[in-house]
Write a protein that binds this ligand. Structure first.
Ligand code: SF4
Length: 700
């Protein structure tokens, strides 16, 4: 008999429910889960092709030490003794974990517990740093917590949906489908797309604002000033539930339309049309994604957006609110367990002594990290200069995906001890591992993920474990036990890890922290197996939300006084291009590939969308460079070089380029676009500015 299993798509942060069907022959097919509240049966091209990516071609199936197959015992012993020796000789901050939004929450929880509570360092960072850490910083500054207020249903309920720095149609396709369906049913709904280039998402827009890179703080700062001038503020909400409005307004009060036009490169009439639409629409959702976050001013951009929603009281109510759309399938779950160098578990703060004490007492751990660890860019620089002497990389391919990717590769070459846990045997990163550990992939492992609307869903195994592959949480627990921390890591399975994570979220949480799933603290293996998707919070003694849940409906926020904070932001835009590097390069995703293509690159159907790495260039620029369509173009920055195929299109502004981030040296030589991206980061969040890179371009 065929067997059907409900699970979750492993790609983007929409978190779609998937039904995997395994025939008696072993053939696998997938379809959207009609009962999953994220997608109600829809899937995008990537999700629909999942069954084509689960073959064992290229899989890492056994541990390796120095390139030779080894037993699990030998590999785990070597990892444990080398990490322990390094810590003994050089201190806890001489080791690091670099993890991933691809990990399941249970994997993330064990990694964070081992590093922060038992090794005693906060040197655990994640590729989610590249994805949404500016949103985390913005949330925490405004709300006192890392809380996404709304739900996907709010996007459908809105009168105005503002999409800024988000190519929703390609990067969160099922939310785009939901939005397009809602707009078709209610044509009076307006959509504004703010993006330097004309994307597939712009096709649905009533207004497309082709903004200059990093113009968002000026645009939303000007919006705050405009709302004040129009008398469109919710004074009662501002007075009763917030702090800092006057200071925030004073920073932007003098911003006129002409100033905003100069900072953003937009027509004054378009700016006025956007401001008028925002002022006139009671139900407004502002969705933002990497175009906002991946910036040297990403946190300020986030707060400039949130300021406008707080000033109008458009938060916590149906069809309203700022909405961070996370890129990865489990960036949110990673945040919940504290899998970032500047967070503790359960949304507690590493800089607060009482939070550190709470976590340490719950874990009964010998130590607790008492300061922030190294964020991704700084972490690999510390590997490069020898401060970090042992690193364990899990479920990510930083030699392709990190900024200054050539430096990252050189750092790993020089690092005395590199451990990589991966599903694939040969990636740009596994090539530099001293120890390679084979991990379970999608369809082979059990755990949970959290999507962009705070919905926790199960991923379930429907395939047997291939070769000797093991779950990432198990690998870390085994290393922890070998380092002498046995009882604290004696987990019977992922259900036990999830139960401990849930119990910690409720530990001494008297409603003073947003993340609370205490209702699941006593979860059994059977109830874990049957767990239906639910939105957090779900404190002990409560049932899952019958309807979509929304934070801040009562106007209470998580700063100690219960008030939200306006964050004064100074609209500033760097002039990054120079005579030597005159083009502004924007990097991002394409519709049919995921990250560094180690999975989606396996299927011809997905690869057919774009077969080669390319760079979008305006016809005028192409002409000036002597390029005709499909010519090869060399892009160079001070950091590196890439060779790409010219895609000549008026969707791109003159002087601006776009290139996808996916290709690696396995699929095309010299196409790692992150080799060009400098390690320039937002000073608050540490998120790299991958959307605004100065490059030179020339015909090959
Ligand atoms: Fe998967 Fe995202 Fe596509 Fe949904 S929208 S099927 S989660 S890639």
């Amino acid at each position: 008999m065929p067997v059907e299993t409900k699970t979750t798509c492993p790609y983007c942060g929409v978190g779609c429910g998937v039904i995997a069907r395994v025939e008696e022959t072993g053939a696998v097919s997938v379809r959207g889960d009609p009962d999953h509240p994220a997608n109600f049966g829809r899937l995008c091209s990537k999700g629909s092709a999942l069954a084509e990516t689960i073959d064992l071609d290229g899989r890492l199936l056994t541990p390796h030490i120095s390139g030779a197959p080894a037993s699990w015992d030998a590999a785990l012993d070597l990892v444990a003794t080398t990490f322990a020796d390094t810590i003994r000789q050089h201190g806890p901050d001489s080791v690091a974990f670099y993890v991933s939004g691809q990990l399941l929450t249970e994997d993330y929880y064990v990694a964070n517990k081992l590093m922060k509570g038992f090794i005693g360092s906060a040197n655990i960072d994640t590729n989610s740093r590249l994805c949404m850490s500016s949103s985390v910083a913005g949330h925490r500054r405004a709300f006192g917590s890392d809380t996404v207020p709304g739900t996907y249903a709010d996007i459908e309920l809105a009168d105005l949906v503002v999409l800024t720095g988000s190519n929703l149609a390609w990067c969160h396709p099922v939310i785009y489908q939901r939005l397009a369906t809602a707009k078709a049913a209610r044509p009076q709904m307006k959509v504004v797309v703010i993006d330097p280039r004309r994307t597939a998402t712009s096709d649905i827009a009533d207004l497309h604002l082709s903004i200059l890179p990093d113009g968002d703080t000026a645009l939303f700062g000007g919006l705050l000033a405009d709302l004040a001038t129009r008398g469109m503020l919710d004074r009662a909400f501002v007075d009763d539930h917030t702090q800092g409005f006057d200071a925030a307004l004073s920073h932007v009060a003098d911003l006129g339309i002409a100033d905003v036009a100069e900072s953003t490169g937009l027509d004054a009439a378009d700016i006025e049309a956007f401001y008028a639409l925002f002022a006139a629409s009671e139900r407004v959702v502002t969705c933002y994604s990497q175009g906002v976050n991946q910036s040297s001013s990403g946190s300020d951009k986030v707060n400039a957006i949130i300021n406008c929603h707080l000033a109008t009281g458009r938060i916590g109510r149906p069809g309203m609110g700022p909405f961070s759309l996370t890129g990865q399938p489990n960036a949110m779950g990673g945040r919940e367990v504290g899998g970032l160098a500047n967070m503790l578990a359960a949304h507690m703060a590493i800089e607060r002594a009482e939070d550190r004490d709470t976590v340490q007492r719950f874990w009964q751990s010998p130590v607790i990290a008492d300061k922030q660890g190294l964020k991704a860019v700084d972490l690999f620089r510390a590997v490069a200069d020898g401060r970090v002497k042992a690193i364990w990389i899990m479920a990510t391919n930083p030699v392709v995906s990190m900024p200054e990717a050539d430096l990252v590769r050189a750092a790993l070459v020089s690092c005395p001890f590199v451990v990589v846990s991966d599903v694939m045997a040969e990636t740009d990163t596994t090539a530099h591992a001293h120890v390679l550990l084979p991990s379970l992939g999608w369809g082979e492992k059990h755990g949970t993920v959290t999507n962009s609307e705070r919905r926790i869903s199960r991923q379930r195994a429907f395939l047997s474990a291939p070769g000797e592959a093991k779950a990432d949480w198990w690998q870390m627990a085994e290393v922890a036990r070998r380092m002498g921390f046995d009882t604290a890591f004696d987990f019977a399975g992922p259900a036990a890890v999830f139960a401990e994570h849930a119990a910690l979220s409720a530990f001494e949480n008297e409603g003073n922290r947003d993340f609370d799933i205490g209702a699941h603290a006593d979860i059994t293996v059977d109830t874990y197996d049957a767990l239906a998707p639910f939105q957090w919070p779900q404190p002990a003694g409560t049932a899952p939300n019958a309807a979509d849940s929304r934070f801040f409906a009562d106007g209470r926020f998580y700063h100690p006084d219960g008030r939200a904070r306006f964050v004064p932001v100074i609209p500033a835009r760097d002039q990054r291009t120079t005579a030597a590097h005159p083009f502004a390069l924007n990097t991002g995703r394409i519709r049919d590939q995921w990250h560094t293509m180690t999975r989606t690159g396996k299927t011809a159907r997905l690869t057919a969308h774009f077969a080669e790495p390319f760079v979008e260039i305006h016809p005028d620029d192409a002409k000036a460079l002597g390029l005709t369509p499909a010519d090869l173009v060399v892009l160079e920055s001070p950091q590196g070089r890439a060779v790409l195929r010219a895609l000549v299109t008026p969707r791109q502004k003159p002087g601006h380029l776009f290139a996808p981030m996916h290709w690696n040296d396995q699929f095309a030589s010299a196409a790692r676009i992150d080799a060009l991206v400098p390690g320039l980061v937002d000073p608050v969040s540490g998120q790299p500015a991958s959307k605004h890179v100065a490059v030179a371009a020339a015909k090959l």
